[in-house]
Write a protein that binds this ligand. Structure first.
Ligand code: HEC
Length: 102
């Protein structure tokens, strides 16, 4: 049973598209401890973030810095801590993925 599951996961990994890979990155980097795509957890739902910044050209840069350095006051008083576990390139990849949620 366990082995079957593992095979499934491996096959799934091979055919997974970029969106899946980014979801996995978000999990691996602990973003999903505080965020979910469609519900508020500690931080805002990623689809709410996407809706808020839709059409804003500088959003990608701004949010990349926010993910790296943390901050508060946009969604409430609870701060997002700095995410030192992600590189700037990873943060940008994650932000692009967040902004593509609907
Ligand atoms: C300890 C909990 C926590 C973790 C871990 C966390 N976040 Fe957040 N995040 C928050 C909170 C709280 C906010 C709202 C901050 C605010 O109101 O300014 C937030 C806000 C955001 C925003 C919107 C920022 C804005 O200014 O509108 C994005 C994008 C985001 N997080 C992405 C990420 C990504 C990507 C990761 C993983 C690298 C991550 N978060 C990890 C708690 C967290």
């Amino acid at each position: 049973m366990k082995r079957a599951l593992l095979v499934c996961l491996m096959v799934g990994g091979l055919v997974s598209n970029a969106a899946m890979a980014n979801a996995d990155l978000a999990k691996a980097k602990n973003c999903m401890a505080c965020h979910s795509v469609s519900n508020k957890v500690v931080g805002p739902a990623f689809k709410d973030v996407a809706a808020k910044y839709a059409g804003q050209k500088d959003a990608e840069d701004k949010l990349t810095q926010k993910v790296l350095k943390g901050g508060s006051g946009v969604w409430g008083a609870v701060p997002m801590p700095a995410n030192a576990q992600v590189s700037e390139a990873e943060a940008r990849t994650l932000v692009k993925w967040v902004l593509s949620q609907k």
